[in-house]
Design a binder for this molecule. Structure first.
Ligand code: GRF
Length: 192
């Protein structure tokens, strides 16, 4: 069974959906929840589910290879970024080549890159009067939102949709597709 570490710093709703989904699967287990924020709500959920947690320190994350070694030592096979805003350092990308995926709440390459996260994206989409938006699940490389795309799904935007409504529509897509994409990754890695 694939051992997955989820990196999350925000609300953690995607991480939670992945944890819930893993309960009924034999392809992967969420073996670790990693955050750069000690107050992230997902840490409480992880404790309740009996999943170990790890809080990252910025200096050690960027200036040492300690965390790569630690994740390997814990038997982690793949990393899932679910609302994790720090750029992933090259040593981690090299240690988990082809085994780190991220979700982004827009149809990349549109509305991606540094500074494009959370409500900024949905506000920009709304200002541009887009008629559709969606999600992108992709492999992670050393640039924000530039890795190879695995899956995209889209939703219609109605004329009077506010950025908040657009955000809800996109989140619904994320909650459906992301757990299934992790399962797909587990299946894919098991074939290698
Ligand atoms: C999601 O919209 C995801 O696409 C982005 O960060 C957000 C995280 O939301 N990368 P949550 O913390 O999982 O609720």
């Amino acid at each position: 069974m694939l051992k997955v570490a989820i990196f999350a710093s925000g609300r953690g709703s995607n991480a939670l959906k992945i944890i819930e989904h893993s309960a009924s699967k034999t392809t992967f287990e969420v073996a670790l929840i990693v955050s750069n924020k000690s107050e992230a709500p997902i840490l409480l959920e992880a404790h309740a589910a009996g999943i170990p947690t790890l809080i990252l320190e910025k200096e050690r994350f960027y200036k040492t290879t300690e965390y790569s070694r630690l994740l390997k030592a814990r038997g982690i096979d793949a990393i899932v970024l679910a609302g994790f805003l720090w750029l992933i350092p090259i040593h981690l990308i090299q240690s988990f080549e082809g085994k780190i995926i991220n979700i982004h709440p827009s149809l990349l390459p549109k509305y991606g890159g540094k500074g494009m996260y959370g409500s900024h994206i949905h506000e920009a989409v709304s200002r541009a009067k887009e008629r559709r938006t969606g999600i992108t699940i992709h492999y992670v490389n050393e640039e924000y939102d530039k890795g190879k795309i695995i899956l995209q799904a889209c939703t219609q935007i109605d004329e009077h949709d506010t950025p908040a409504i657009i955000a809800q529509k996109v989140l619904r897509l994320e909650h459906y597709y992301f757990p299934r994409a992790v399962e797909g990754l587990a299946y894919h890695l098991a074939q290698l």
